[in-house]
Write a protein that binds this ligand. Structure first.
Ligand code: ADP
Ligand code: MG
Ligand code: MG
Length: 255
């Protein structure tokens, strides 16, 4: 069993008017085989949390810890984090012109596994995973995310997860911009990987819709750079009904 532990995490970014604190003491622990939904309004710092776990250089950790089975994640380089079993599906996947999807996936797999996957095996693996996610095989030769629709980009994020087989996956608004059919396919991809592995999932979302497809064990309301409240799936139902207002109000009472 593995544990990803976030303790009192404070993160700031450099802005034109100086450093700005965005995460203000995040506490969160996810174990293998658990799915935690992180739900919060726009601008609450959800993507900042995702990037900080993945090691994006723009986000400066000023306090706190991220531990993977007790190991200091914040001391690791980005590639070490991937090798240690962390994966981030980005809210806005990056386009990489001139690099084919197939080369990109193979390089990523080589980097995370520590050795190049055997070609025959790999081709089968990729084809299988693409077919599960209803991705046209022609995408293998296209440049990474270039000219992909929003839904195609999200499918490819889940494809990467399925092939890289992380211990912990942070899925940042993997549901945003998807129509119902794409949402079903993407959710099935996540659920299939959950069933086939011990992955722990941090499912970041703005809407409760995806939680009808991917059942969370815990729900955290994320407001103003920290977890305002944690609970079970019933918390998502409350959000569906009443929105974030109650929690945003609570924020303003803080010092
Ligand atoms: P969410 O994902 O919850 O919508 P973000 O983490 O993207 O929130 O952003 C949280 C806040 O931090 C926002 O006010 C955003 O404008 C600010 N922010 C995030 N990244 C940067 C950055 N690189 N430079 C300046 N401000 C940023
Ligand atoms: Mg975001
Ligand atoms: Mg499982």
């Amino acid at each position: 069993m593995s544990t990803l532990e976030i303790r009192d995490l404070h993160v700031e970014v450099e802005t034109e008017s100086g450093p700005k604190e965005i995460l203000r003491g995040v506490d969160l622990t996810v174990s293998s085989n658990e799915t935690h939904a992180i739900m919060g309004p726009n601008g609450s710092g959800k993507s900042t949390l995702a990037y900080s776990i993945a090691g994006h250089p723009k986000y400066q950790v000023t306090k706190g810890q991220v531990l993977l089975d007790g190991e200091d994640v914040l001391a690791m380089e980005v590639d070490e984090r991937a090798r240690a079993g962390l994966f981030l599906a980005m809210q806005y996947p990056v386009e990489v012109p001139g690099v084919s999807m197939s080369n990109f996936l193979r390089s990523a797999a080589t980097a995370t596994r520590g050795e190049a996957p055997k070609v025959r095996h790999w081709v089968k693996e990729v084809k299988g995973a693409m077919s599960d996610l209803e991705i046209d095989p022609a995408f293998a030769e296209r440049s990474v995310n270039e000219g992909f629709s929003g839904g195609e980009k999200k499918r490819h994020e889940v494809l990467q997860m399925a092939l890289l087989k992380p211990k912990f996956a942070v899925l940042d608004e993997t549901d945003s911009g998807l129509d119902v059919d794409a949402l079903r396919v993407v959710s099935k991809g996540v659920n299939d990987y959950k069933a086939a592995s011990d992955v722990g999932v941090l499912l970041i979302t703005h809407y409760t819709r995806i939680l009808r497809y991917i059942a969370p064990d815990k729900v955290h309301v994320f407001v103003n750079g920290r977890v305002a409240e944690s609970g079970g799936p019933e918390l998502a139902d409350e959000l569906e009904e009443n929105g974030y207002e109650r929690f945003i109000g609570a924020k303003e009472e803080q010092p």
